[in-house]
Design a protein around this ligand. Structure first.
Ligand code: GYE
Length: 311
C-alpha cells in the first residue's frame, strides 16, 4: 500500500519533534493523497504532526499558523491556498525562529520568510500538456477549453501560463474559453456543461485542458451527458496522475496526464531533519518530477498500482 510511496532513505532523527501542518482542504484526489502520505511520513519518523484542515480558506490557514506559533512547534508545513497575503503571518513565524516549509504551491513573498519549498515546476506541467496537444493534433484546427484551478493559486496561474507557452506559435490551436473549476470534480463538470452549451453542444470543441485530473473527470462526465465521446470527440488532457484518470484512460475517455507526486512531505522532512539536527540550510526550491502519461503507458496497471497509495 502506502509504504511504496514513502521515502526509503535512512533518516537521522525527527522523532519527538512537533510539526504543524496547515493543509488547504480536500478539494481533489491528489490533495487527499498528499494528506495521507504526510501523516504516514510523520508517523514513520516519529514526528508529532499537528494537522489543521483550512477548508480552502486562507484566513483559516493564518489562524492555524498563529496557533502553531503560540504552541511553540519545532517547524511548520504549509500548503498555501493562494499566492498572496502571507507576509505578516510568516514574519511572525520567522520572529519566533520557527522554520516554515511550503508544500506544493508557491507564494509571492520574500524568500527569507521560508526555509524551503517542495513543489513541482507548474509552468513546466502546463507546457508539457500544451506540447502534448501540439504533437497530437498536428496541423488540424483545434479549439481548446480550459478548466482553471483555484483563482489566485500558484498552480492555476502557472499551469495556464505554461500551457499557453506550449501551444504558442501553433495558430491552428486556439484557447476559446477558460474558467475556474476550483480544482474540484463537481465544478469541473458544471463549468464544462456551460462550455458545451455555449459551443453548440460541444461540436466545436476539440480538446479540454484541465489544471487537475479531478476537474477532467468531472468534464468527462459532462461530455458523456452531452452525448459525445470524451477521449475521441473531445480530447482530455490534465495534471496529477490520480488513479481515476488512469481508469478513464483505460476506458478510452482520457488522453494524457502529467504526474505530480503526492509525497511532498518526504523531501520536506528530510530538509527539516538536516536543518534542525545539523544546521544545514537546504536549497530554496526542491522541485519534483513532471512525467507525461498517455494510454500507451499501461493505464490499467497504473490505476492498480496507485489505488492503495492514499488517494
Ligand atoms: O494539482 C490539485 C490540487 O497545489 C499543485 O492542488 C497542487 C494542486 C493539485 O488540489 O489537484
Amino acid at each position: 500500500g502506502l509504504a511504496a510511496l514513502l521515502s526509503t532513505a535512512a533518516h537521522a532523527d525527527l522523532s519527538g519533534k512537533v510539526i504543524g501542518f496547515s493543509q488547504i482542504g480536500s478539494e481533489s484526489g491528489w490533495r487527499a493523497a498528499e494528506t495521507s502520505v504526510t501523516k504516514a511520513e510523520a508517523e514513520k519518523r516519529g514526528v508529532d504532526l499537528k494537522f489543521a484542515d483550512a477548508q480552502q480558506k486562507q484566513e483559516n490557514q493564518i489562524k492555524a499558523i498563529r496557533g502553531f506559533i503560540a504552541q511553540g512547534v519545532d517547524a511548520i508545513l504549509v500548503a498555501p491556498v493562494v499566492s498572496t497575503g502571507w507576509d505578516e503571518v510568516l514574519t511572525e513565524a520567522k520572529e519566533a525562529s520557527i522554520p516554515v516549509v511550503l508544500l506544493d504551491r508557491g507564494i509571492d513573498a520574500s524568500q527569507d520568510l521560508y526555509l524551503t519549498s517542495v513543489a513541482s515546476d507548474q509552468v513546466k506541467e502546463g507546457r508539457v500538456a500544451g506540447e502534448w496537444l501540439v504533437k497530437t493534433v498536428g496541423d488540424k484546427p483545434c479549439n481548446v477549453v480550459e478548466l482553471q484551478g483555484t483563482v489566485g493559486s500558484s498552480p492555476a496561474i502557472n499551469r495556464k501560463q505554461g500551457f499557453e507557452e506550449g501551444i504558442a506559435g501553433h495558430a491552428n490551436i486556439t484557447l476559446t474559453r477558460s474558467q475556474t473549476g476550483d480544482f474540484t470534480r463537481a465544478k469541473g463538470k458544471e463549468v464544462m456543461e456551460g462550455f458545451l452549451k455555449a459551443e453548440g453542444g460541444g461540436k466545436s470543441i476539440c480538446a479540454v485542458y484541465a489544471h487537475n485530473d479531478d476537474m477532467a473527470v468531472g468534464a468527462i462526465q459532462a461530455i458523456k451527458d452531452a452525448g459525445l465521446k470524451p477521449g475521441s470527440d473531445i480530447l482530455v488532457v490534465s495534471i496529477d496522475a490520480v488513479p481515476d484518470i488512469f481508469a478513464a484512460m483505460a476506458a478510452g475517455e482520457a488522453n494524457a496526464t502529467v504526474e505530480l507526486t503526492p509525497n511532498m512531505a518526504g523531501p520536506a522532512f528530510d530538509a527539516l531533519d538536516a536543518f534542525l539536527n545539523g544546521g544545514t540550510v537546504p536549497e530554496k526550491f526542491i522541485i519534483t518530477e513532471s512525467k507525461l502519461y498517455t494510454p500507451a503507458d499501461n493505464p490499467q496497471g497504473e490505476y492498480e498500482a496507485r489505488k492503495g497509495l492514499g488517494y
